[in-house]
Design a protein around this ligand. Structure first.
Ligand code: NAP
Length: 308
Protein backbone atom coordinates (compact mmCIF):
# COMPACT_ATOMS: atom_id res chain seq x y z
CA UNK A 1 0.00 0.00 0.00
CA UNK A 2 1.42 3.37 -1.02
CA UNK A 3 1.79 6.35 1.37
CA UNK A 4 -0.48 8.35 -0.93
CA UNK A 5 -2.91 7.67 -3.75
CA UNK A 6 -1.60 10.72 -5.54
CA UNK A 7 1.37 13.03 -5.18
CA UNK A 8 1.14 16.40 -6.90
CA UNK A 9 4.44 18.09 -7.68
CA UNK A 10 4.28 21.88 -7.94
CA UNK A 11 2.20 24.57 -6.25
CA UNK A 12 1.27 26.74 -9.22
CA UNK A 13 -2.22 26.95 -10.76
CA UNK A 14 -1.94 23.47 -12.35
CA UNK A 15 -0.81 21.71 -9.16
CA UNK A 16 -3.27 23.54 -6.91
CA UNK A 17 -6.16 22.67 -9.19
CA UNK A 18 -5.05 19.04 -9.34
CA UNK A 19 -4.98 19.12 -5.52
CA UNK A 20 -8.50 20.52 -5.39
CA UNK A 21 -9.86 17.80 -7.66
CA UNK A 22 -7.90 15.03 -5.93
CA UNK A 23 -9.16 15.88 -2.46
CA UNK A 24 -12.73 16.28 -3.67
CA UNK A 25 -12.44 12.86 -5.36
CA UNK A 26 -11.63 11.40 -1.93
CA UNK A 27 -8.00 10.58 -2.76
CA UNK A 28 -5.26 10.53 -0.15
CA UNK A 29 -3.23 13.33 -1.68
CA UNK A 30 -0.21 15.48 -0.92
CA UNK A 31 1.27 18.46 -2.75
CA UNK A 32 5.02 19.02 -2.85
CA UNK A 33 6.37 22.50 -3.60
CA UNK A 34 10.03 23.43 -3.32
CA UNK A 35 9.52 27.17 -2.93
CA UNK A 36 6.51 29.44 -2.44
CA UNK A 37 3.01 28.28 -3.27
CA UNK A 38 1.88 30.22 -6.34
CA UNK A 39 4.67 29.57 -8.83
CA UNK A 40 5.37 32.01 -11.64
CA UNK A 41 2.05 33.82 -11.12
CA UNK A 42 3.56 35.26 -7.93
CA UNK A 43 5.81 37.34 -10.20
CA UNK A 44 2.90 38.81 -12.18
CA UNK A 45 1.81 42.23 -11.06
CA UNK A 46 -1.65 42.08 -12.65
CA UNK A 47 -3.56 39.14 -14.12
CA UNK A 48 -6.16 40.48 -16.53
CA UNK A 49 -7.14 37.39 -18.51
CA UNK A 50 -8.26 34.98 -15.83
CA UNK A 51 -12.06 34.91 -15.83
CA UNK A 52 -13.99 36.09 -12.82
CA UNK A 53 -11.89 39.11 -11.88
CA UNK A 54 -13.12 42.23 -13.69
CA UNK A 55 -10.37 44.85 -13.66
CA UNK A 56 -7.79 42.12 -13.01
CA UNK A 57 -6.23 40.77 -9.84
CA UNK A 58 -2.61 40.78 -8.69
CA UNK A 59 -0.79 37.48 -9.26
CA UNK A 60 0.03 36.91 -5.55
CA UNK A 61 -3.58 37.75 -4.53
CA UNK A 62 -4.99 35.23 -7.02
CA UNK A 63 -2.64 32.50 -5.83
CA UNK A 64 -3.44 33.29 -2.19
CA UNK A 65 -7.11 32.68 -2.99
CA UNK A 66 -6.31 29.34 -4.64
CA UNK A 67 -4.14 28.38 -1.66
CA UNK A 68 -6.87 29.31 0.83
CA UNK A 69 -9.33 27.10 -1.02
CA UNK A 70 -6.98 24.14 -0.59
CA UNK A 71 -6.36 24.94 3.07
CA UNK A 72 -10.13 24.72 3.57
CA UNK A 73 -9.96 21.20 2.11
CA UNK A 74 -6.92 20.38 4.29
CA UNK A 75 -4.68 19.21 1.46
CA UNK A 76 -1.28 18.52 3.08
CA UNK A 77 1.60 20.50 1.58
CA UNK A 78 5.23 19.41 1.89
CA UNK A 79 7.99 21.95 1.23
CA UNK A 80 10.68 19.88 -0.44
CA UNK A 81 12.41 19.24 -3.73
CA UNK A 82 11.73 16.03 -5.66
CA UNK A 83 15.11 14.65 -6.77
CA UNK A 84 14.04 11.55 -8.65
CA UNK A 85 11.05 9.34 -9.41
CA UNK A 86 11.39 5.60 -9.83
CA UNK A 87 8.79 2.99 -10.66
CA UNK A 88 8.03 0.28 -8.11
CA UNK A 89 5.74 -2.71 -8.49
CA UNK A 90 2.89 -0.91 -6.74
CA UNK A 91 3.42 2.55 -8.18
CA UNK A 92 6.18 5.13 -7.74
CA UNK A 93 8.84 6.16 -5.26
CA UNK A 94 9.69 9.84 -5.03
CA UNK A 95 13.10 10.66 -3.63
CA UNK A 96 12.93 13.95 -1.68
CA UNK A 97 15.91 15.79 -0.19
CA UNK A 98 16.19 13.59 2.91
CA UNK A 99 13.54 10.92 2.62
CA UNK A 100 11.39 9.05 0.16
CA UNK A 101 7.61 8.72 -0.20
CA UNK A 102 5.58 6.51 -2.47
CA UNK A 103 2.39 6.94 -4.40
CA UNK A 104 0.00 5.13 -6.73
CA UNK A 105 -0.02 8.02 -9.19
CA UNK A 106 1.67 11.38 -9.76
CA UNK A 107 0.64 14.69 -11.28
CA UNK A 108 3.64 16.78 -12.34
CA UNK A 109 2.90 20.49 -12.37
CA UNK A 110 6.46 21.65 -11.76
CA UNK A 111 6.18 24.54 -14.20
CA UNK A 112 8.96 26.43 -15.87
CA UNK A 113 11.49 29.11 -15.07
CA UNK A 114 12.61 32.12 -17.12
CA UNK A 115 15.14 31.26 -19.81
CA UNK A 116 18.43 33.12 -19.84
CA UNK A 117 20.18 34.67 -22.85
CA UNK A 118 23.43 32.83 -22.21
CA UNK A 119 25.60 35.80 -23.19
CA UNK A 120 28.85 36.90 -21.49
CA UNK A 121 28.31 38.99 -18.35
CA UNK A 122 24.64 38.01 -17.89
CA UNK A 123 25.18 35.56 -15.08
CA UNK A 124 27.81 37.66 -13.26
CA UNK A 125 25.54 40.74 -13.23
CA UNK A 126 22.38 38.86 -12.26
CA UNK A 127 20.91 40.73 -9.29
CA UNK A 128 23.20 43.67 -10.09
CA UNK A 129 21.14 45.17 -12.88
CA UNK A 130 20.17 41.98 -14.69
CA UNK A 131 16.78 40.62 -13.62
CA UNK A 132 14.12 38.14 -14.69
CA UNK A 133 11.33 39.49 -12.46
CA UNK A 134 9.95 43.00 -12.87
CA UNK A 135 7.53 42.60 -9.96
CA UNK A 136 10.41 41.67 -7.65
CA UNK A 137 13.03 44.20 -8.81
CA UNK A 138 11.23 46.97 -10.73
CA UNK A 139 11.11 49.38 -7.80
CA UNK A 140 14.93 49.46 -7.65
CA UNK A 141 14.95 51.26 -10.99
CA UNK A 142 13.09 54.47 -10.18
CA UNK A 143 13.92 57.14 -12.80
CA UNK A 144 16.43 54.80 -14.46
CA UNK A 145 16.95 53.57 -18.01
CA UNK A 146 15.83 49.98 -18.52
CA UNK A 147 16.09 47.50 -21.37
CA UNK A 148 13.57 44.67 -21.70
CA UNK A 149 14.67 41.78 -23.88
CA UNK A 150 12.05 39.74 -25.78
CA UNK A 151 8.86 40.27 -27.75
CA UNK A 152 6.36 37.88 -26.13
CA UNK A 153 3.53 38.52 -23.66
CA UNK A 154 5.90 38.58 -20.68
CA UNK A 155 8.37 41.06 -22.18
CA UNK A 156 5.74 43.52 -23.36
CA UNK A 157 3.49 43.20 -20.30
CA UNK A 158 6.39 43.68 -17.91
CA UNK A 159 7.84 46.55 -19.95
CA UNK A 160 4.56 48.42 -19.44
CA UNK A 161 4.71 47.64 -15.71
CA UNK A 162 8.30 48.90 -15.49
CA UNK A 163 7.27 52.34 -16.82
CA UNK A 164 5.79 52.92 -13.36
CA UNK A 165 9.35 53.28 -12.11
CA UNK A 166 11.73 53.80 -15.01
CA UNK A 167 12.31 57.03 -16.93
CA UNK A 168 12.66 55.09 -20.19
CA UNK A 169 12.08 51.46 -21.19
CA UNK A 170 13.47 50.11 -24.47
CA UNK A 171 12.14 46.79 -25.72
CA UNK A 172 14.90 44.98 -27.59
CA UNK A 173 13.47 42.35 -29.91
CA UNK A 174 15.23 40.05 -32.37
CA UNK A 175 12.57 40.56 -35.08
CA UNK A 176 10.56 43.56 -36.30
CA UNK A 177 7.19 42.33 -35.03
CA UNK A 178 6.10 41.43 -31.52
CA UNK A 179 4.82 37.99 -30.59
CA UNK A 180 2.70 39.36 -27.71
CA UNK A 181 -1.11 39.43 -27.73
CA UNK A 182 -2.38 42.44 -29.74
CA UNK A 183 -4.10 44.02 -26.72
CA UNK A 184 -0.81 43.99 -24.78
CA UNK A 185 1.15 45.28 -27.80
CA UNK A 186 -1.13 48.28 -28.21
CA UNK A 187 -0.66 49.27 -24.60
CA UNK A 188 3.11 49.34 -25.16
CA UNK A 189 2.85 51.26 -28.46
CA UNK A 190 0.69 53.85 -26.69
CA UNK A 191 3.08 54.31 -23.76
CA UNK A 192 5.31 57.38 -24.23
CA UNK A 193 8.03 55.93 -22.00
CA UNK A 194 8.47 52.85 -24.22
CA UNK A 195 10.54 52.67 -27.39
CA UNK A 196 11.55 49.68 -29.52
CA UNK A 197 14.89 48.45 -30.79
CA UNK A 198 13.99 46.03 -33.58
CA UNK A 199 15.97 43.22 -35.23
CA UNK A 200 18.44 43.29 -32.40
CA UNK A 201 19.97 40.79 -29.98
CA UNK A 202 22.15 41.16 -26.91
CA UNK A 203 25.78 40.15 -27.46
CA UNK A 204 27.28 41.03 -24.08
CA UNK A 205 26.35 42.54 -20.75
CA UNK A 206 29.02 44.87 -19.39
CA UNK A 207 29.70 46.31 -15.93
CA UNK A 208 32.19 46.16 -13.05
CA UNK A 209 30.07 46.07 -9.88
CA UNK A 210 26.73 46.58 -11.62
CA UNK A 211 25.28 46.75 -15.10
CA UNK A 212 26.67 49.69 -17.04
CA UNK A 213 25.98 48.96 -20.67
CA UNK A 214 24.79 46.30 -23.08
CA UNK A 215 26.43 45.41 -26.39
CA UNK A 216 23.76 44.93 -29.06
CA UNK A 217 23.89 43.47 -32.55
CA UNK A 218 21.52 44.31 -35.37
CA UNK A 219 20.79 40.92 -36.93
CA UNK A 220 20.09 42.42 -40.36
CA UNK A 221 23.25 44.51 -40.68
CA UNK A 222 25.47 42.65 -38.14
CA UNK A 223 26.40 46.08 -36.79
CA UNK A 224 27.41 46.21 -33.12
CA UNK A 225 26.47 49.09 -30.84
CA UNK A 226 26.57 49.71 -27.13
CA UNK A 227 23.81 51.19 -25.04
CA UNK A 228 24.06 52.51 -21.48
CA UNK A 229 21.44 51.02 -19.17
CA UNK A 230 20.82 50.70 -15.44
CA UNK A 231 18.65 47.61 -15.72
CA UNK A 232 18.07 44.74 -18.13
CA UNK A 233 14.99 42.56 -17.72
CA UNK A 234 15.12 39.33 -19.70
CA UNK A 235 11.89 37.69 -20.96
CA UNK A 236 12.94 35.29 -23.69
CA UNK A 237 10.70 32.36 -22.90
CA UNK A 238 10.64 29.51 -20.45
CA UNK A 239 12.83 26.58 -19.44
CA UNK A 240 10.87 23.60 -18.07
CA UNK A 241 11.53 22.25 -14.59
CA UNK A 242 11.97 18.65 -15.74
CA UNK A 243 15.50 17.72 -14.66
CA UNK A 244 14.21 15.18 -12.12
CA UNK A 245 12.23 13.16 -14.67
CA UNK A 246 14.56 13.55 -17.63
CA UNK A 247 15.30 9.80 -17.75
CA UNK A 248 11.78 8.61 -16.97
CA UNK A 249 9.42 10.50 -19.28
CA UNK A 250 9.30 11.38 -22.95
CA UNK A 251 10.16 15.08 -23.37
CA UNK A 252 10.04 17.34 -26.43
CA UNK A 253 13.24 18.86 -27.85
CA UNK A 254 13.00 21.79 -25.40
CA UNK A 255 12.54 19.49 -22.41
CA UNK A 256 8.78 19.94 -21.87
CA UNK A 257 6.80 16.78 -20.97
CA UNK A 258 4.86 15.24 -23.84
CA UNK A 259 1.29 14.26 -22.91
CA UNK A 260 -1.89 13.35 -24.69
CA UNK A 261 -5.09 15.39 -24.27
CA UNK A 262 -5.84 13.52 -21.07
CA UNK A 263 -2.53 14.71 -19.57
CA UNK A 264 -1.11 11.18 -19.68
CA UNK A 265 2.66 11.04 -20.01
CA UNK A 266 4.72 8.24 -21.55
CA UNK A 267 4.69 6.48 -18.15
CA UNK A 268 1.35 5.01 -17.11
CA UNK A 269 0.20 6.52 -13.81
CA UNK A 270 2.12 9.77 -14.24
CA UNK A 271 0.25 12.82 -15.52
CA UNK A 272 1.55 16.31 -16.32
CA UNK A 273 -0.25 19.65 -16.19
CA UNK A 274 0.43 23.33 -16.80
CA UNK A 275 3.52 25.06 -18.18
CA UNK A 276 5.73 21.97 -17.76
CA UNK A 277 3.72 20.26 -20.48
CA UNK A 278 4.58 20.49 -24.18
CA UNK A 279 1.79 22.72 -25.53
CA UNK A 280 1.06 25.94 -27.38
CA UNK A 281 -0.98 28.09 -24.99
CA UNK A 282 0.56 28.72 -21.57
CA UNK A 283 -1.94 30.64 -19.48
CA UNK A 284 -3.26 30.38 -15.93
CA UNK A 285 -6.61 29.32 -17.37
CA UNK A 286 -5.06 26.48 -19.40
CA UNK A 287 -2.94 25.36 -16.42
CA UNK A 288 -6.08 25.18 -14.30
CA UNK A 289 -7.82 23.11 -16.99
CA UNK A 290 -4.84 20.77 -17.26
CA UNK A 291 -4.77 20.30 -13.46
CA UNK A 292 -8.45 19.35 -13.37
CA UNK A 293 -8.06 16.85 -16.21
CA UNK A 294 -4.86 15.34 -14.76
CA UNK A 295 -6.32 14.69 -11.29
CA UNK A 296 -9.58 13.35 -12.72
CA UNK A 297 -7.72 10.94 -15.01
CA UNK A 298 -5.39 9.94 -12.17
CA UNK A 299 -8.44 8.98 -10.12
CA UNK A 300 -9.76 6.86 -13.00
CA UNK A 301 -6.33 5.24 -13.38
CA UNK A 302 -6.14 4.41 -9.65
CA UNK A 303 -9.62 2.88 -9.75
CA UNK A 304 -8.94 0.86 -12.91
CA UNK A 305 -5.69 -0.53 -11.49
CA UNK A 306 -7.16 -1.33 -8.04
CA UNK A 307 -4.84 1.14 -6.30
CA UNK A 308 -7.71 2.61 -4.27
P1 NAP B 1 7.43 33.45 -25.34
O1 NAP B 1 6.01 33.66 -25.67
O2 NAP B 1 8.10 32.16 -25.69
O3 NAP B 1 8.26 34.65 -26.01
C1 NAP B 1 9.66 34.70 -25.91
C2 NAP B 1 10.15 35.92 -26.67
O4 NAP B 1 11.56 35.99 -26.54
C3 NAP B 1 9.82 35.85 -28.18
O5 NAP B 1 9.47 37.12 -28.64
C4 NAP B 1 11.15 35.39 -28.78
O6 NAP B 1 11.37 35.89 -30.07
C5 NAP B 1 12.17 35.97 -27.83
N1 NAP B 1 13.38 35.17 -27.73
C6 NAP B 1 13.50 33.85 -27.51
N2 NAP B 1 14.79 33.48 -27.40
C7 NAP B 1 15.51 34.62 -27.57
C8 NAP B 1 16.89 34.91 -27.57
N3 NAP B 1 17.80 33.96 -27.35
N4 NAP B 1 17.28 36.19 -27.75
C9 NAP B 1 16.36 37.16 -27.95
N5 NAP B 1 15.05 36.95 -27.95
C10 NAP B 1 14.62 35.69 -27.77
O7 NAP B 1 7.73 33.63 -23.76
P2 NAP B 1 6.99 34.52 -22.64
O8 NAP B 1 6.66 35.87 -23.13
O9 NAP B 1 7.83 34.39 -21.41
O10 NAP B 1 5.65 33.75 -22.40
C11 NAP B 1 5.66 32.37 -22.01
C12 NAP B 1 4.25 31.84 -22.04
O11 NAP B 1 3.47 32.47 -21.02
C13 NAP B 1 3.55 32.15 -23.36
O12 NAP B 1 2.72 31.07 -23.69
C14 NAP B 1 2.73 33.38 -23.06
O13 NAP B 1 1.59 33.52 -23.87
C15 NAP B 1 2.36 33.17 -21.59
N6 NAP B 1 2.16 34.46 -20.90
C16 NAP B 1 0.93 35.03 -20.98
C17 NAP B 1 0.72 36.27 -20.38
C18 NAP B 1 -0.63 36.91 -20.49
O14 NAP B 1 -1.55 36.28 -21.00
N7 NAP B 1 -0.80 38.12 -20.05
C19 NAP B 1 1.73 36.92 -19.70
C20 NAP B 1 2.97 36.30 -19.65
C21 NAP B 1 3.18 35.07 -20.27
P3 NAP B 1 10.50 35.42 -31.33
O15 NAP B 1 9.19 36.13 -31.21
O16 NAP B 1 11.33 35.86 -32.48
O17 NAP B 1 10.39 33.93 -31.21
Amino acid sequence: MSDYHIVIIGGGPAGLTAGLYAVRAGLKAVLIEKALIGGQVNSTYLVENYPGFPGGISGPALMEKMKQQLEELELPIITDDVQEITTTGAGFELKLTERAINAGSIVIGSGAAPATLGVPGEDRLRGRGVSYCATCDGAFFRDKRILVIGGGDSAVDEAVFLTRFASQVSIVHRRDALRAEKFIQQRAFDNPKIDFIWDTVVEEVVGEQKLEKVVLKNVKTNKLSSLKADGMFVYVGLRPNTEFIRDLLKLDEQGFIITDEQMRTSCEGIFAAGDVRSKIVRQISTAVGDGAVAASLAEKYLTATDKI
